[in-house]
Write a protein that binds this ligand. Structure first.
Ligand SMILES: CC(C)(COP(=O)(O)OP(=O)(O)OC[C@H]1O[C@@H](n2cnc3c(N)ncnc32)[C@H](O)[C@@H]1OP(=O)(O)O)[C@@H](O)C(=O)NCCC(=O)NCCS
Length: 381
């Protein structure tokens, strides 16, 4: 249980080994700060119970030891065996308390508050899968659930011949992935239902599809493991500081980088400021003699790994085909930058290794980009 600090330590060490220690702790703090019943609904596919109940039970026990009780759901995909699957998983959980509950928010909440994992079955056959997934959405809506995880045998939705998709943005990619042949039929059916659930739940929520062995990695790392499905962010573009809520923007940047900006940063000229809904993330592009310079790219710690950065990036690259920026060599985002730049060069500044990265620059301009990055005044104090 949560008060068993020895176990808690073991679990935290385990989480650190799959991600970055600070990341695991940050998610843990976030999950624990929420109402316990909002933590997650974990829908378990029949095949997972049949073939990997014990492996999943180990991961669920870890969660319970951290003080987190997910709501376990069964049957949305295969209703007939829902009751049996719930029983079987309860057995696999061993001494961990679990309780069968109807899909009723107050009963589920009571179980979570008693530190018991609620087991909810969705067995309705009238109305078909639509009605069952709607019932999950309604439970999530009533509980205020922050994430739903579909645990399937494969980790994520996998297109034919490809590897698991990392993020699906329903705002821009829904039609593409729901086109016949884009995904094999079962994952495509699941995606269609997931889109339906996200549309029906009134609050912000993410849904992911992952395997039992990747469940903790999905929950506790920014990068996640499996496929994350979400609605795209609303990106607002300001062509200058006008209209920007400066304290919120500067607060976001400072929180993201964990450092204080120098006084006067917000007096410097800007070409554009992109803000993702409710200041969850932002990109600041400033003028430079060579080409537009990406001065800040930041997403608040609680919103990372959900695709907000990608949404900002798309909006920005559409307007700035020529762009350059710099990044510390040890920044984990470098591997993603590598795929999204035309080129990158490593340089040193005051003993630290950096990359200068660019899009749309001519080869002869690259030394100028490096020079610019080396000569920039510090942004943080
Ligand atoms: C960099 C940052 C803006 C990314 O924002 P984000 O919203 O978490 O990014 P997304 O969820 O949109 O992910 C975009 C891509 O980066 C990958 N990614 C995100 N965080 C990652 C991490 N910690 N390690 C490895 N890859 C990561 C995602 O998997 C995704 O790749 P994909 O499209 O191939 O699946 C955010 O992590 C941040 O604010 N970091 C601190 C500030 C910073 O370092 N800014 C950049 C300075 S140069």
């Amino acid at each position: 249980m949560a008060d068993n600090s020895d176990h808690g330590d073991v679990v935290l060490r385990f989480l650190s080994s799959i991600g970055r220690p600070a990341e695991a702790q940050q998610y843990l703090d976030l999950f624990r700060s929420e109402h316990p019943e909002r933590f997650a609904i974990v829908h378990v596919a029949d095949a997972v119970v049949r073939h990997a109940a014990d492996a999943l039970a180990v991961e669920l026990r870890y969660l319970v030891e951290l003080g987190l009780e997910p709501v376990l759901a069964f049957g949305a995909i295969e209703p007939r065996s829902a009751g049996r699957s719930a029983e079987r998983l309860a057995q696999a959980l061993g001494p961990v308390a679990s309780r069968r509950c109807p899909a009723d928010a107050s009963e589920v909440t009571a179980a979570c508050r008693d530190n018991a994992i609620p087991l909810v079955t969705f067995e309705r056959e009238d109305g078909g899968a639509d009605a069952r997934f709607d019932a999950i959405a309604d439970l999530a809506g009533a509980l205020g659930t922050r994430r739903i995880v579909f645990v399937t045998r494969r980790s994520g939705l996998v297109p034919p011949g490809g590897r698991a998709i990392s993020i699906i943005d329903l705002t821009t990619e829904r039609d593409g992935w729901l086109t016949a042949g884009a995904l094999p039929s079962e994952p495509q059916k699941l995606l269609r239902q997931i889109a339906r659930v996200i549309d029906r739940v009134p609050h912000r929520m993410t849904v992911s599809v992952t395997s039992p062995l990747d469940l903790l990695r999905e929950l506790f790392t920014v990068k996640g493991a499996g496929t994350l499905i979400r609605k795209g962010s609303l990106i607002t573009r300001h062509l200058g500081w006008d209209g920007v809520d400066k304290p919120r923007l500067l607060g976001l940047v400072e929180e993201s980088f964990g450092r204080a900006l120098i006084p006067g940063y917000d007096q410097r000229p800007v070409l554009a400021v992109y803000v993702a809904d409710e200041y969850r993330g932002a990109a600041i592009v400033s003028p430079a003699p060579l080409a537009p310079y990406l001065s800040k790219f930041a997403v608040g710690t609680v919103s990372r790994g959900e695709g907000v950065g990608r949404d900002l990036w798309r909006a920005m690259e559409a307007q700035f085909p020529r762009l350059f920026w710099r990044s510390r060599a040890d920044n984990p985002i470098t591997s993603w930058y590598r795929e999204n730049c035309d080129g990158m060069v490593r340089f040193h500044l005051g003993g630290d290794a950096w990359w200068v990265l660019w899009r749309g620059l001519a080869p002869l301009e690259i030394p100028l980009a490096i020079e610019h990055c080396q000569a920039l005044p510090p942004d943080f104090g």
